[in-house]
Design a protein around this ligand. Structure first.
Ligand SMILES: O=C(O)CCCC[C@@H]1SC[C@@H]2NC(=O)N[C@@H]21
Length: 290
């Protein structure tokens, strides 16, 4: 976990204090680490979990202020932007049939959006929405991306025992820009605009803990009760519902239609002349039509 010098512009400079704040906020997590810089928190958790000698206890959170090889969805890279961005990953043990793993993307996206909305004033909550499967939008700008990776847990033989790594990059720097261009009040949420590292750290730790706790609860609930309530809960944060969208796969247009929520498998529902189609989670992106 080395390679880059500390970022002088980073306003979240105290990894130890971040870890302490998160440990306090996440008593249900067995391990919490925060480092100044690394390659990819997702890759680190996967790699460390696979090491001989057994994986660390889970749930486990690893965060950083700076990544040199950040991973995005569909094999893309996640650019580290200098500033107040927040990047962290959590590792969980999950017992689910393998065929249900794709449902985790919209489930975790929904859980993240709902949790972060609680940190916004009542009048602002609906401006934070989901773009299927799991991008967080502030109005139409991407505020956060989530990458979910999985591997069979090394501790068990059961075929439905998975190690799930959920990583999120939260563009607090974008939140600051958005706050200036759109609405000053988002700055109260990010608190970054004050350029107060202590306040910024407290807020960053609060946002990370809020999301991580929500992931933990969503996974526990899904493994205990399934995904029957996903469509209704997703509808509360769905930023695409009622909009005409294009579905692209590998750069090619595959479907066009009006988005109308998700089904219990987390698939995007599209209404068009052919009826309602269910679009599977995969290397698919959805583009808003202009
Ligand atoms: O493509 C996306 O939208 C998902 C981006 C996910 C980025 C986060 S940053 C923390 C974690 N570590 C990574 O390497 N990627 C995820």
């Amino acid at each position: 976990m080395a390679g880059l010098p500390p970022d002088p512009d980073c306003v979240l400079p105290c990894p130890d204090a971040m870890a302490d704040a998160l440990r306090e906020a996440l008593p249900q997590f067995r391990q919490v680490d925060w480092v100044e810089h690394t390659g990819s928190t997702n890759a680190d958790l996967l790699e460390r979990a696979r090491r001989p000698g057994g994986p660390p206890d889970r749930p486990w959170l690893l965060g950083t202020h700076l990544q040199s090889r950040g991973r995005g969805r569909a094999g893309r890279t996640w650019q580290n932007r200098v500033g107040a961005n927040l990047m962290f990953s959590c590792a969980f043990d999950v017992f689910l049939p393998t065929r249900q793993l794709p449902t985790l993307a919209p489930l975790i996206g929904m859980a993240t959006c709902a949790a972060l909305r609680t940190r916004l004033g009542a009048g602002l909550r609906t401006r934070l929405t989901m773009k299927w499967p799991n991008d967080l939008l502030w109005d139409q700008a991407k505020l956060a991306g989530i990458l979910i990776e999985s591997t069979r847990s090394g501790t068990a033989q059961a075929s439905d025992h998975h190690l799930i790594i959920i990583g999120m990059g939260l563009n607090l720097e974008d939140a600051r820009a958005l706050s200036q261009s759109l609405d000053r009040r988002i700055a109260d949420w990010a608190e970054i605009a004050a350029d107060d590292p202590v306040a910024a750290r407290a807020t960053a730790a609060d946002l990370a803990a809020c999301a991580a706790r929500s992931w933990y609860e969503a996974l526990n609930q899904a493994t205990a009760r399934g995904f029957a309530d996903l469509p209704a809960r997703y509808a509360e944060v769905d930023g695409l519902a009622g909009r005409m969208v294009d579905v692209l796969d590998d750069g090619h247009l595959r479907h066009t239609g009006v988005a109308c929520g998700v089904d219990t498998d987390g698939r995007l529902l599209l209404r068009n002349a052919d009826g309602v189609q269910a679009i599977s989670v995969g290397e698919i992106s959805v583009r808003l039509q202009r």
